[in-house]
Design a protein around this ligand. Sequence first.
Ligand code: PMV
Length: 315
Amino acid sequence: MPAISTSAPGKAILFGEHAVVYGQPSIAIPVMQVQAKALVTPLIKSPAGLIHIEAPAIDLDADFDSLPDDHPIRRLIVLVAKELDIKRFPSFNLKISSTIPLAAGLGSGASISVAVARSISAFTGSPLPDDRISALAYEIEKIYHGNPSGIDNTVIAYAQPLYFIRGLPFELLNISSPLTFIIADSGIKSSTASVVAMVRQAWLNETERYEKLFNQIGTISFYGRKDFEQGNLQSLGALMNENQELLKEISISCPKIDQLVSTALSSGAYGAKVSGAGQGGNMIALVPPDKKEEIAKALQDAGAVRTIITHLSPP
Ligand code: PMV
């Protein structure tokens, strides 16, 4: 059995984070500049069934058997075995690495799950299709998030922009002209599970107000889809700004993100908003391609700990 290496991208949410958990539409894009990688190598001389896992970024260097039952990587390996109807894997070493910052709204957990499920299934000679990989990663998202909409695992497994409504078939989106985005990291770590739980509590306390705000966000995703597909830069940017105002109303932004958003706008971005669970993490801005370096520099000067310039191109 040859060694298998697979990777999966990060992701950013363009419209609809949080509202998507409550059934509103959302648009997400893959971010190919950051990646999770999983390398599976056979352990020829080890006893059958031995699985060793190395993930230096999270200080993990352990055998499968020594991990607690609810460990996300252990759970994922069990799910892959069930999916493939394998009682015992041939022995292997699994090495996980990632350039996706943790707890920053770029989908690091889902990306690791997708890369791992892909590499193990390919290693056994039965590579799973994207829909099954996404479904397995979704099971693991439930451990990280509590109540995930499923958008992260889906956009990462398919590595294409998509229009997503929880519980409905998603739609892959094609664009007709190139789009350039800058993603800027506030450096503030934020736990998706706790921000999603905070929003749920607020929604329970003020259901009518929150439903109205979520509806408005969903309407932005609905109209934003056409602007995204047709490359209407001004109106796409304006909708990002409107989405940001609504996210502020549900306490999803924070002073550092607000500062990065206003820096992006005053430096020439068409629109900018928090991306992902928020209260820290990353901001996304739609920018004119000829100003990308200048805006990225302004964001760094304003305190972004890292900027990623990412392009989407027509097929
Ligand atoms: O994991 P994050 O930070 O990208 O957040 C995912 C987006 C949410 O809408 C906040 C949660 C979800 O499951 O859709």
